[in-house]
Design a protein around this ligand. Structure first.
Ligand SMILES: Cc1ncc(COP(=O)(O)O)c(C=O)c1O
Length: 409
C-alpha cells in the first residue's frame, strides 16, 4: 500500500473542515438542550439553530423561514418532490369534494431529466406508481438538458419541474436560470426544484437569480458533516410535510432538530461561500491539467460531460476508457494509494452501466470504463502529476489482462 493516500473523490464526500467541527462541538457538549423547550439549556440550542438557519438563508439570498433542515440531500430531494406532489393531490381531492375555494386543476405531471441523482429518479418512480405522470427529459452528448424537449413537455397539468444544478457524475452545469424562465413563462404556478447538492460551494446559489422555488443541499459535499442537509422552499409554494409529528421546521419536517448538524451545515456553507473564488481557482487548475493530459496520455479515452470548462464544475474531471472495466481501474488506483470513483451509482456487485452515460449516448464500448476524479482543497499539482504517471500504465495493464474488445453487454 502506498504510504500517502490521495483522495480524488470529493463528489462522494469531503473531509470535514476542522473549523466546522469546532463550530459544532458546543452543541454536542454544553448546549445540548432541546431547542423546543423553554429553559436556559434549550435557549442556547435554539440560538444556535436560529443562527444556522439565518446563515443558510443568507447564502441562498432567502428568508430564514424558507429553510427546512433535513437529514441530507436525499431527504431534501424526496421532500421537494413529494411535498409538492402531495399538496397537488390534496388540492385535487378538495376540488373533487366540491370545495370551490381550492385552486382548480388536477395537476399530476412532473418533469425531470434522465440524468438526475437516484434521490430524484427513485422518488419519481414511486410517484409514478401513485398515479403521477413523469416526463424524463433527454440530454445531449455533453449532458445538457434538451430545452426544446422541456418546452414541448410543459402542459396544463404540469405541477413541478425538477432539474439538477450540476451533475454528480460528469460535472455538467445545467442552465437553471434559463430553465426557470421557460417554465415560468408557460405557467408561473409550476414549482421548480433544483438539486444543488453538487453545485453548493462551487456555484452561486442565489435563489432569486436562479428563479427557483426549491433547492436541495447537503453538508457533507462541502466539508460539513454527513446526515444533514437543507431544502429551501420559497414562501407560498404549495407543500405538504412528509415526516409528521411535532411542529418543528414550521410544520414542514417533524422531529427534534439536529442542532449540531445544522450548525455544521451553516458553517460549511458560509466558509464555502466566502472562499469560493480561491477554492474554485485551486481545483480548476488541477482539473484542467487532468482534462488536458489524460486523453493525451491514454489512447482511446474520451472526456465525459462538457468540453467547455466554464460549463462544468471546477472540481470535476470525468473520462471513459474504451474496452476497460472501470472497476478494475479503481481497484488498481486504490492499490496505488488513490481513492477515485467510476462516478456511477453502480456498486462493484452490479456492473450496470451508468444511467447518466447511457442518457448521454456514450458509445457502448466506453460505457463500462468510466472514471470520475473530483478534486478538493487538499489536492496539489504534484498529486495530479503522480496520477498522470500512474494511470496510463495501469489502464494499459488492465487492457492487456482483460481484453474487452467485442465483448457484448
Ligand atoms: C446530485 C446529488 N443529489 C443528491 C445526493 C444525495 O445526498 P446525500 O448523500 O446527502 O443523501 C447526492 C449525493 O451523492 C448527489 O450527488
Amino acid at each position: 500500500m502506498a504510504d500517502r493516500r490521495m483522495y480524488l473523490d470529493h463528489a462522494a464526500t469531503t473531509p470535514t473542515d476542522p473549523r466546522v467541527v469546532a463550530a459544532m462541538l458546543p452543541y454536542l457538549t454544553t448546549a445540548w438542550g432541546n431547542p423546543s423547550s423553554i429553559y436556559a439549556e434549550a435557549r442556547e440550542a435554539r440560538k444556535g439553530l436560529d443562527a444556522a438557519r439565518r446563515t443558510v438563508a443568507e447564502a441562498l439570498g432567502a428568508k430564514p423561514n424558507e429553510i427546512v433542515f433535513t437529514s441530507g440531500g436525499t431527504e431534501a430531494d424526496n421532500l421537494a418532490l413529494r411535498g409538492v406532489a402531495m399538496a397537488a393531490r390534496q388540492r385535487r381531492d378538495r376540488v373533487a369534494a366540491g370545495d370551490r375555494e381550492s385552486a382548480a386543476g388536477d395537476g399530476h405531471h412532473i418533469i425531470t431529466t434522465a440524468v438526475e441523482h437516484h434521490a430524484v429518479l427513485h422518488e419519481c418512480e414511486a410517484l409514478a406508481k401513485e398515479g403521477f405522470r413523469i416526463t424524463y427529459l433527454p440530454v445531449d452528448n455533453e449532458g445538457f438538458v434538451d430545452l426544446d424537449a422541456l418546452r414541448a413537455a410543459l402542459d396544463d397539468r404540469t405541477i413541478l419541474v425538477s432539474i439538477m444544478y450540476a451533475n454528480n457524475e460528469v460535472g455538467v452545469i445545467e442552465p437553471i436560470a434559463e430553465i426557470t424562465r421557460i417554465v415560468k413563462a408557460h405557467n408561473p404556478h409550476i414549482a421548480i426544484h433544483t438539486d444543488a447538492v453538487q453545485a453548493a460551494g462551487a456555484l452561486d446559489l442565489s435563489v432569486d437569480a436562479l428563479g427557483i422555488d426549491m433547492l436541495s443541499i447537503a453538508a457533507h459535499k462541502i466539508s460539513g458533516p454527513k446526515g444533514v442537509g437543507a431544502l429551501y422552499v420559497r414562501g407560498r409554494t404549495p407543500f405538504t410535510a412528509q415526516i409528521v409529528g411535532g411542529s418543528q421546521e414550521r410544520n414542514r419536517r417533524a422531529g427534534t432538530e439536529n442542532v449540531a448538524g445544522a450548525v455544521g451545515l451553516a458553517t460549511a456553507l458560509r466558509l464555502a461561500t466566502d472562499e469560493r473564488e480561491a477554492r474554485n481557482a485551486h481545483v480548476g487548475a488541477l482539473r484542467d491539467r487532468l482534462l488536458d493530459e489524460l486523453p493525451r496520455r491514454i489512447p482511446d479515452t474520451i472526456i465525459t460531460g462538457p468540453i467547455d470548462r466554464a460549463r462544468r464544475l471546477p472540481n470535476s474531471a470525468s473520462f471513459a476508457f474504451q474496452h476497460v472495466e472501470g472497476e478494475a481501474v479503481l481497484l488498481q488506483l486504490d492499490l496505488d494509494g488513490i481513492a477515485a470513483s467510476s462516478g456511477s451509482a453502480c456498486t462493484t456487485a452490479s456492473l450496470e452501466p451508468s444511467h447518466v452515460l447511457t442518457a448521454m449516448h456514450v458509445p457502448e464500448s466506453y460505457l463500462r470504463g468510466s472514471l470520475r476524479l473530483t478534486l478538493g482543497a487538499s489536492n496539489t499539482m504534484s498529486d495530479v502529476e503522480a496520477l498522470l504517471e500512474k494511470l496510463p500504465p495501469a489502464v494499459a495493464r488492465i487492457r492487456a489482462l482483460q481484453p474487452m474488445a467485442g465483448r457484448s453487454a
